[in-house]
Design a protein around this ligand. Structure first.
Ligand SMILES: [Zn+2]
Length: 357
């Protein structure tokens, strides 16, 4: 009797390894220090780090990564820069354009990994124009072309300093119904959304109302069923925190109509504000300790070549992590990522199976 029970238990355990080890490994990320909710494998000219090399850069420090490219290609216009090949949007006046092939590139990179390696990545779809009413259809097409790969959409951008004005074609906006179609579909399929939208305009005039923040709040409230991560809390290189930003964010996080909203603190340009002084670090720590489920760590690094540079942002946040409760620190570093992306994996797979041709 006992031996038969044993054998059936063993068979059962054996039967499960195919699925469970990958998740288990991800679930057993206790050995890792952090998950990265915001990472670009490729840059503005679609060049980047080989994903197998990146796994080595992640090493034993980074457990899971939300993996995406950059949905915009920086044009190398000979008429503008001659033989100089720009690799970043600040290096030339030539326009940027949407580059949909990035999704196939990311999917194939993911598929080149072994199963247990795949479990450490949550690939994201970015290669769509958020001002195009057909963008939601692109996202569906990518899911059905590459089933079993993607967990979400983004980082995609509406208002971003220096970038939005350089994009050829209709400028994206927070009031465009194309964006509502995208977020509606994300809710239907269970996709996590990472949205980049500056909280204010660069160099705002004193007393100028940050229309972006107002339109953003309205957009978030129009999509209560969509799991949205607001990248960088809307901050940027030039776009600095608006007056009372912390209390505005605290009110938003206390508001039950925004319970589907999370915030990532990725990018060294953001860290420079948050840990600028002991006072700012203390204030941010208090906000996070009061809302431990709503913040995610991310690097926003682009195509790194070595771990020290890749994790520079994490090191910058050491004074902030030191002021967080044990619970909040674990959730910001790992727990919130696992909760949001595990839920997405299950739901998106179900949507793919239900809609497979
Ligand atoms: Zn980014």
């Amino acid at each position: 009797m006992r031996t038969r029970l044993l054998t059936s238990a063993v068979c059962l355990a054996l039967a499960l390894p195919a699925a469970r080890p990958a998740l288990l490994q991800a679930a057993d990320s206790s050995t890792y220090v952090v998950n990265d909710s915001h990472f670009h494998l490729t840059n503005y000219v679609q060049q980047g780090t080989d994903i197998h090399d990146f796994l080595k850069i992640m090493g034993t420090k980074v457990g899971r990564v939300a993996l995406f490219g950059i949905p915009l290609q920086q044009t190398w216009s000979y008429g503008n820069t001659g033989d100089f090949a720009p690799t970043y949007y600040l290096q030339t006046d030539a326009p940027l354009y949407y580059y949909s092939f990035t999704d196939a590139f990311i999917a194939m990179a993911y598929r080149s990994l072994a199963r247990d390696e795949q479990a450490r990545f949550d690939p994201m779809i970015t290669g769509f124009n958020p001002a195009d009413m057909y963008a939601a259809d692109h996202i569906k097409r990518v899911l059905l072309t590459f089933p079993g790969v993607f967990s979400g959409i983004g980082e995609f951008t509406i208002h971003k300093e220096f970038v939005s004005a350089k994009i050829a074609g209709e400028t994206a906006s927070l009031t465009n119904p194309a964006l509502d179609r995208i977020l509606d579909f994300a809710a239907e399929a269970g996709l996590v959304v990472i949205l980049h939208n500056d909280v204010d305009a660069p160099f705002p005039k004193p007393g100028q109302d940050p229309y972006q923040a107002v339109q953003l709040g309205a957009l978030f409230r129009r999509h209560p069923k969509t799991s949205i991560i607001w990248a960088h809390c809307g901050l940027g290189r030039i776009v600095h925190p608006v007056k009372d930003q912390l209390s505005i964010v605290a009110r938003a996080l206390d508001d039950p109509t925004l319970s589907h909203l999370s915030i990532d603190i990725s990018w060294d340009e953001v860290a420079k504000y948050l840990v600028a002084t002991p006072e700012s670090t203390q204030a941010v720590a208090e906000l996070i300790n009061a809302h431990p489920d709503r913040f995610l760590f991310g690097t926003d690094e682009v195509a790194p070549t070595e771990q020290a540079k890749y994790l520079k942002v994490y090191d910058m946040y050491a004074p902030l992590f030191a002021k967080l409760t044990k619970e909040a620190s674990e959730k910001v570093r790992k727990g919130n990522y696992a909760r949001l992306f595990d839920a997405a994996r299950v739901r998106v797979r179900a949507w793919e199976q239900a809609n497979a041709k």
